[in-house]
Every structure is written in structure tokens, then in C-alpha cells.
Design a protein around this ligand. Structure first.
Ligand code: HEC
Length: 144
């Protein structure tokens, strides 16, 4: 009898906990601001050859990037111009961000997660990131 009482009460306990958890879900989701607060990272800015920028732009157009990103405004992911404003334009950051595109990322811009892109080669991802960082205001592009 006692053991039955305990099992009933633990079922009731679980139900209560589930109820509390699902209540939590109903709370309005944290609103993402239309514009990201940009923590600018210091570093030197290199120039990117125009040809590389163009190749990156084409690769991005043929991938799924625009389903989560837009050039000048936040959608599921940060605006490309905001990413460009945040990171220095140089090889080290291009490599870092290319690795994040391939492996997927989260935490740098808040809660949403970027899906991994394992089919991209490091070279392709670097071209894509070069295009994104070339959107930095006043960035130097080598003109051919
Ligand atoms: C499923 C949605 C989604 C897709 C598809 C997607 N992204 Fe993202 N991307 C995000 C989100 C969300 C973030 C922010 C992640 C974070 O907070 O760290 C992000 C961040 C980034 C960043 C900045 C990473 C950092 O650490 O600051 C770059 C660069 C980027 N994406 C490039 C791309 C490229 C290139 C593609 C296409 C190959 C792509 N993304 C496709 C959602 C996406």
C-alpha cells in the first residue's frame, strides 16, 4: 500500500514537473533585435582580390546561405554586413570563420545555431567568407 502510494506520488511529481517545464515553454521567446549589437574585434585589415570576392559571391548564391542570412539585415543568422563589421579582414579570421561555416556555429551571435556545411571544402568556405568580409565598410579591394 505504501509503495503504491509512493509510485502514485512520483507519477504525480513527474506530471507536475512536466507541467512546470511546458509552462516555461509558453513564455514569450526572447526577441532577437532587428540589428545585432556588434562586438568589434580589433585586428589589421588586409585587402581581398576582387576575383576572390566574386567567386565567393557566386558560391554563396549556389549554397543555402541565403535561407538564413541576408546581406544587410538580420534574418535567422546575422547580416553579412554585420559579420563584416565585427571581424578583421585577414587570413586568420577568414580561416576561423570558414571552419565555423563547415562545422556549424552557435554562441557568437546569440542563441540560433548555424547548421554545419560538411560538403564545402575549406577553400570554398574561405572564398565565401572572403566575400562576406569584403562587405566591411571601407574595406580595401584590389582592383584588377
Ligand atoms: C540554418 C541557418 C543557416 C544557414 C543555412 C547558414 N547560416 Fe551562417 N549563421 C547562422 C547563424 C544562426 C549564425 C550565428 C551563429 C552564432 O551565433 O555563432 C551564423 C553565423 C555565420 C557566420 C559568422 C560566424 C561567427 O562565428 O561569427 C558566418 C561567416 C556565416 N554564418 C556564413 C554562412 C555561410 C557562408 C553559409 C552558407 C554556406 C551559411 N552561413 C549558412 C545560420 C545559418
Amino acid at each position: 500500500m505504501i509503495s503504491r502510494f509512493f509510485s502514485y506520488s512520483s507519477i504525480f511529481g513527474y506530471a507536475l514537473i512536466l507541467g512546470i517545464l511546458s509552462c516555461g515553454d509558453k513564455k514569450p521567446k526572447e526577441q532577437h533585435p532587428a540589428k545585432d549589437y556588434i562586438k568589434k574585434i580589433d585586428g589589421f585589415n588586409d585587402s581581398i582580390p576582387q576575383e576572390i570576392v566574386q567567386r565567393g559571391e557566386v558560391l554563396i548564391a549556389y549554397s543555402d546561405c541565403y535561407s538564413c542570412h541576408a546581406k544587410d539585415k538580420r534574418s535567422k543568422g546575422p547580416a553579412f554586413e554585420d559579420i563584416a563589421a565585427r571581424y578583421p579582414v585577414n587570413k586568420a579570421y577568414i580561416r576561423l570563420l570558414a571552419a565555423r561555416v563547415i562545422q556549424g556555429g552557435s554562441g557568437a551571435w546569440g542563441h540560433p545555431v548555424m547548421t554545419p556545411h560538411p560538403d564545402l571544402s575549406p577553400k570554398e568556405a574561405e572564398l565565401m567568407v572572403s566575400y562576406i568580409l569584403s562587405l566591411k565598410k571601407g574595406s580595401k579591394l584590389d582592383k584588377f
